[in-house]
Design a protein around this ligand. Sequence first.
Ligand code: T1G
Length: 711
Amino acid sequence: MSELVSLIRQGDIAIITINNPPVNALSPGVPEGIAASVESVNDDASIKAAVLIGGGRTFIAGADIKTFESMRSPENRRGAGLLPLLLAIENCSKPVVAAIHGTAFGGGLEVAMSCHYRIAVPSAQLGQPEVKLGIIPGAAGTQRLPRLAGVQKAVEMCAAGNPVNAADALRSGIVDRLTEGDLVEGATAFARELIEKGEAPRRTRDLKTKLGDESANAAIFAIARETAKKSARGQLAPLAAIDAVEAATKLSFEEGCKRETELFQQCLQSDQSKGLIHVFFGERAVSKIPGVSKDTRVSDIKRAAVVGAGTMGGGIAMNYANAGIPVILKEASQEFLDRGLATIKKNYDTSVKRGRFTQEYADQRLALITPSLTFDGFEDCDIAVEAVFEGMELKKQVFAELDKVCKPGAVLASNTSTLDIDEIASVTSRPQQVIGHHFFSPANVMRLLEIVRGKATSAEVIATSMALAKKLKKIGVLVGNCRGFVGNRMFAPYQREAQFLVEEGARIEQVDAALYDWGMAMGPLAVADLAGLDVSWRIRKEFKHLEDPSLRYPMVADRLCEMGRYGQKTGAGWYRYEDRGKGPIPDPEVQHLIEQFAAEAGIKRREIKADEIVERIIYALVNEGARIIEEGFALRAVDIDIIYVYGYGFPAYRGGPMFYADTVGLKKVYDRICDFEREHGVLWSPAPLLKQLAEEGRTFAEYDRGRGGGN
Ligand code: T1G
């Protein structure tokens, strides 16, 4: 056998073990090794049954995603290439039992389903997560799963991509048995029973009873399509997965497999799958930081403190509590503290009401949050996070105090979204301990954590912050200390263009609809209303002295703030809001204001199409992103992509702004930016890195790889 797959014997039972760490992906050599083992089982008359198991921490986590690129080439257009292996397993003349621990995902579950029986440990997870990579199961998962679990369950699993636990898998017929004890023992005992009972191999492809009847199925598929259109707006793969399961109910197994292969290839060739796979590897790539290695010391964060119980501070405290870390929440006045705690309680209540967790769980979490009006107890904390009002003087006061009260090794983090971390650190005696932890609102929901390194921040504090992000179930991305860091620095031109477009003739709701339809979670102006127009207004005022007065400036937003229209919280901003929770309502008063302003400023208004709106707004992101990479404030282009997908509602299936630009073609993006520069002036001067890559015919992904990073 190959090194990747081994076969040992326990009496008349063969134990076939896959050894391809870390996740036993079906990389080249693994399918061949399994096939050779199955052949030996067939050929050896003294073997009566076989057990297929994963070595190490898991069963098979799926096909090797790194090989997908080669599967896209025209000569390879044949599904995931695993169908013959699965038929060989299923055709084995002796019973084969899959023994499942860890994850049986994608091709892993497909292998398991081609075995004749399945046994799992209670902690196992089983799933067809392919749609999360923009593809569908490519090795008969859509054909065998409905035969085992029924049409409804198969559609749910293949279209949404969420795994089921072992108990659920048992209930729905995906596994036959659970074992609490040692898995190999449980599986061999199962195999022995099969031998003793003289059970013949039970081929999944021959099972038909769960395939349902046409009218019941029609309703299942119709509902599934409606659900997928809402929950995976704009995505092709979930609909293709439903089509493939439908084929299982209408065609023979062989014909169904052919249909699945066609759909699999269509999805694999799409930019959507390229984008989602980029995000999969990107999420993991961002944790790789030059100068931080496995040997870098990471402090264990056992106790935390948060200063400021406003929206952000409260959300941050909830993050710690949810990770089981006791946290002190400090405010300056009882009134603010009470208000902050009431919001936290309300958030937990909502989660309980929605069934996200139990009352008991919520009570336990809440009990981990200790409200306080003083710094008492800060001396025992491993981290203190400042989340006070966004103003330099106030932040400095807090840090000077933290420097006095916190123990020497404690991490001192600021949740600032724009201010200079070095200036904040300068008031402490330990700038190496100071770092930015920029959470995104709502902090208990959004997955992104921008981790901002100052010039003195130590590798240990960076490594600790990255590890902490994981513990808080966030995706930590390390960025440099420039104004707005990475996310908000790019968001400024993004917002600017949205506002310029309404001045030039696009309607507010038209701008938002163009971006929403393109895939953004919300339109830019609706987002501005949600975030609060006053926040960016205050920041604009703080930095106004640094701006070039000859440049065009988004005046209308300032005007709205002067009128007290701060967005949703005041019931009016770019839109009007009647009831909390109800959507934005276009407001003729704002439209009138914009037209008046445009006339005064001599801006010629015209009709603007959705395509141009998207280009103006998205390319503004790309251009600024390119500058950020060039200036070294982001480690790689992929870091920017992850920031935008997890912090700004950028559609993951477009891979993030830099990857999206790659898919459009950098030359095309660059040329368009040059057009905009000619039309709109120096704010659109193309980033030198973008120009260079466009001229060289390269992509941001290639640029990342060339510097030893990225996917
Ligand atoms: N292929 C290649 N590499 C993989 C991989 C895979 N399927 N899964 C994980 N890795 C790498 C990952 O990049 C990381 O590498 C390391 O393993 C540890 O992962 C035929 C076509 C299994 C739940 O979508 O969900 O089968 O960064 O850090 O938190 O129809 O990885 O260390 O260099 O994530 O313990 C379907 C994807 C494929 C599963 C483990 N399968 N993986 O999580 O560790 S498509 C998936 C996961 C398919 C078939 C189709 C998770 C995990 P590095 P990790 P983890």
